[in-house]
Design a binder for this molecule. Structure first.
Ligand SMILES: [Zn+2]
Ligand SMILES: [Zn+2]
Length: 314
């Protein structure tokens, strides 16, 4: 089942070197979630073939402009395109007032329900859940209240063993009751087949953690323990550790140490400072500590639980 992350924007503060402010689309079982919405995010959707009318939930980490200045534009475009399904936005206190003020200034009454959910950036707790995914906050250590987001897939019941069904030549209309956990009667022999013979357990749940922006934090390590794919603030190289500390951001070395200490399978680094036109050194420094590191550059798609990136969105 699909579980991947498409990088829409990877730069910090100002757009530079063809890179844009923060935004990512997380696809969990073909449900799309937007994480942060830097300026111009909606224009990037077209470039990366994101089916953005399918986004129903948006998660905003904090109120520095490079993480939400694209939000009112996107909300407005959905209105102009006559969206009718609700849009739910999860973010820190203050976000709703900012967005409503902009809409009211233009006398805009949205044609769809826009619902805000204030998140507590100081605790790790579940803020959204449906049958396929659970989203938790990750308290981050930044200049203003800031939270990361942990996406963990969920499964219900057991998985239908399609090979077993084919071997027994069972008709397809029996799949729904089998999925619901029922025993079924073999139409060829009349034998009752226990559900456990026709199903297998789901694979272990995969997880993705988005940690931007943050200084190095032991709390973050605790929150992302055992996560498959971790994205971590890497605004600076290791030589700029003092600058990183002063601005509450991360370095290559710190991002790699977090992934290593958490036992993550793979690390994505991003939120790059405009001072780095070439990112090779950043990648090398992180890989020296945590080899399974990739650059979260625009257009890259990372499958959660799989180590090779690819560029086509699916
Ligand atoms: Zn930022
Ligand atoms: Zn910030």
């Amino acid at each position: 089942m699909t579980f991947n992350v498409t990088i829409i924007g990877s730069n910090s503060a100002v757009p530079a070197h063809g890179r844009h402010p923060s935004a990512q689309v997380v696809n969990v079982h073909d449900y799309l979630f937007l994480v942060d919405c830097g300026e111009g995010t909606q224009m990037r959707f077209h470039e990366h073939q994101v089916k953005w009318n399918r986004i129903k939930q948006i998660f905003i980490s904090h109120l520095h402009g490079d993480h939400y200045f694209g939000l009112v534009g996107l909300i407005s475009t959905y209105h102009l395109l006559q969206r009718n399904k609700p849009l739910d936005i999860y973010g820190p206190e203050g976000l709703e007032a900012i967005i409503r003020l902009q809409l009211e200034a233009g006398h805009t009454t949205l044609c769809y329900p826009l619902q805000f959910h204030v998140i507590d950036t100081t605790v790790s707790k579940v803020i959204f859940e449906d049958k396929g995914v659970e989203v938790m906050t990750i308290p981050l250590h930044h200049r203003i209240p800031c939270a990361g987001f942990l996406f963990r897939e969920k499964f219900e019941g057991r998985k239908v063993d399609k090979e077993k069904l084919a071997a027994l030549q069972l008709p397809l209309h029996l799949i729904p009751p089998i999925k619901h956990g029922e025993d079924i009667t073999d139409p060829h022999t009349g034998r009752i087949i226990p559900n456990k013979e026709l199903t297998v357990p789901h694979p272990p749940a995969r997880s993705y953690a988005y940690c931007s922006d943050t200084a190095y934090s032991e709390t973050v390590i605790e929150c992302v323990k055992g996560v498959d794919l971790v994205y971590h603030d890497c605004t600076f190289d290791k030589a700029s550790e003092a600058r990183a500390a002063a601005t509450f951001h991360g370095t290559t070395e710190q991002a790699a140490r977090v992934a290593d200490a958490a036992g993550a399978s793979q690390l994505l680094i991003g939120h790059f400072s405009a001072r780095f036109e070439n990112l090779d050194t950043l990648l090398e420094e992180a890989r020296a500590i945590f080899p399974a590191t990739e650059l979260a550059t625009e257009g890259s798609v990372f499958d959660v639980g799989v180590k090779a990136p690819h560029t086509a969105y699916n």
